[in-house]
Write a protein that binds this ligand. Structure first.
Ligand code: SF4
Length: 464
């Protein structure tokens, strides 16, 4: 588990040039979507980019020339270049790779439809940003100006900025106060994504529970009907849309305000996934006050217990900070007890570290790094025990699994996720080869599967 990193190191930036036909553009959109989802900044120019991806065309000679010239320009201006697309699959006369023969200094070359290979090359040469407060929220979809390409899961950003001023965070100074997107736009994008094949929509923002606060929950219009710009109404509408398309909706970044109770009721009705990503960061009221956390006055343990009574299937994921300035052993113990009693299903923990420009840097009682890391390790020990025990109880159950990976139609098995697993941050469900010869597994489809074993943070299941 990484410690928090200082945000004075700017977000890694990838320049992207897309040449060629609409199919190549679709590939570009997939790669850009993935880059954004992982927290990379993207741009259409080489300016200030840490590396450049060129998506090439190899159809006619002019296109080959244009692609090779673009690679040459990118190498001259930037130096770090990854090549993908049709030209990347072309062989030279001697049978070697054409791009590598002409431009031996490119970092990697892939053919078309190779999002994962391109991402692997990006990870090798430009590591993923690790800042826990920045990398969880993709930042570039709107800015990239690209429509999201159909894919089986997608992020839906409902607002930008934040009205809170948590002392360890500099997001409000970078992104400003909360600005909610009009409800009609949010729902329109959701419908377009579902219509394009998205089977899981991940609702994100800096503070999802605050949706519409900035516009005083203004009534907007959707499908000719008035709909309030408020979390409850938005979830109702998203749930209804998801039902139409047989898809999932998952909520991230929800704070434990009383208003969320009604949303949990919608989860109990099966409208959206019974999964809440609530970044608690701590449990002790004094630490929460020093952090200036939203909803710090709420009785979080009672709230979670009440949510679980309303919706027993509820999964609670959260992130925490160990060793915040001034944290006493007693306050830390409070946190350990909380994770245990609240039965947090999925927890991440960062050892506190300064973020350049954050107020918390000036707080009294900065703890030695060794102690912060020791507390982080102690926290993870407890949290993992809780999480793994809960997973063990799934053995024997049948769950709906959304398939993420299934080579050869899943004949050798595959990989997916249940409602309890958000992509990238939670565990996965490893699928065994189907027992019936007629049963196939396809990426982006659902299968029912019987859980046969829990393995660390993951489950192993037999598709049925
Ligand atoms: S709620 Fe706090 S941590 Fe989250 S973005 Fe706002 S200020 Fe930062």
């Amino acid at each position: 588990m990484p410690t928090t990193t200082s945000t004075n190191k700017s977000t890694p930036k990838v320049g992207f040039v897309s040449l060629g036909c609409p199919k190549a553009l679709t590939d570009s959109e997939l790669i850009l979507t993935q880059l954004s989802a992982e927290g990379y900044q993207t741009s259409k120019t080489f300016d200030g980019a840490d590396l450049v991806i060129v998506n090439t065309c190899g159809f006619i000679d002019d296109a080959v020339k244009e692609s090779l010239d673009t690679i040459s320009e990118a190498l001259a201006e930037n130096g770090k270049v990854i090549v993908t697309g049709c030209l990347g699959a072309r062989a030279a006369e001697d049978g070697s790779n054409l791009v590598q023969q002409v431009h031996p200094s490119v970092l990697a070359v892939t053919g078309p439809h190779a999002t994962q290979e391109v991402m692997d090359a990006v990870h090798t040469h430009l590591p993923k940003p690790h800042d826990p407060f920045l990398d969880l929220v993709p930042g570039g979809f709107g800015e990239a100006g690209l429509k999201l390409t159909p894919k089986h899961y997608a992020y839906l950003k409902i607002s930008e900025g934040c009205n809170h001023r948590c002392t360890f965070c500099i997001i409000p100074s970078m992104r400003g106060d909360l600005v909610s997107r009009p409800i009609g736009d949010v729902l329109k994008e959701a419908r377009a994504l579902f219509a394009g094949g998205v089977k899981e929509l991940l609702v994100i923002s800096q503070d999802t529970s605050a949706y519409g606060v900035d516009v005083k929950y203004r009534t907007g219009f959707w499908d000719g009907r008035p709909v309030k710009s408020r979390l409850y109404e938005m979830v109702q509408e998203l749930g209804a849309l998801a039902r139409e398309y047989g898809a999932w909706v998952r909520l991230h970044y929800v704070y434990p305000y009383p208003s969320v109770d009604a949303v949990v009721e919608l989860m109990a009705q099966g409208l959206v996934l019974p999964y809440l990503d609530v970044p608690f960061q701590h449990s002790h009221p004094d630490v929460l006050k020093r952090m200036k956390r939203p909803a710090s006055g709420e009785r979080n343990l009672e709230r979670i217990q009440q949510w679980r009574a309303t919706c027993p299937e509820l999964i609670v994921r959260s992130t925490f900070i160990a060793g915040f300035p001034g944290e006493t052993e007693e306050e830390f113990q409070h946190l350990l007890d909380f994770v245990q009693e609240a039965q947090i299903d999925r927890a991440g923990c960062f050892a506190y570290s300064d973020v350049n420009g954050a107020v918390a840097n000036q707080l009294d009682g900065m703890l030695p790094m060794a102690l912060r890391q020791e507390r982080q390790a102690r926290f993870m020990e407890v949290a993992e025990r809780v999480s793994i025990e809960k997973l063990q109880r799934r053995v024997g159950a049948t769950m709906q699994v959304l398939i993420d990976h299934a080579p050869a139609l899943g004949r050798k098995g595959g990989r997916g996720r249940s409602y309890a697993d958000a992509p990238e941050i939670d565990g996965v469900v490893h699928l065994l080869p189907p027992q019936k010869a007629s049963k196939t597994l396809k990426v982006g489809e659902f299968t029912r599967a019987q859980i046969v074993q829990a393995q660390g943070h993951d489950l192993i299941a037999q598709p049925i």
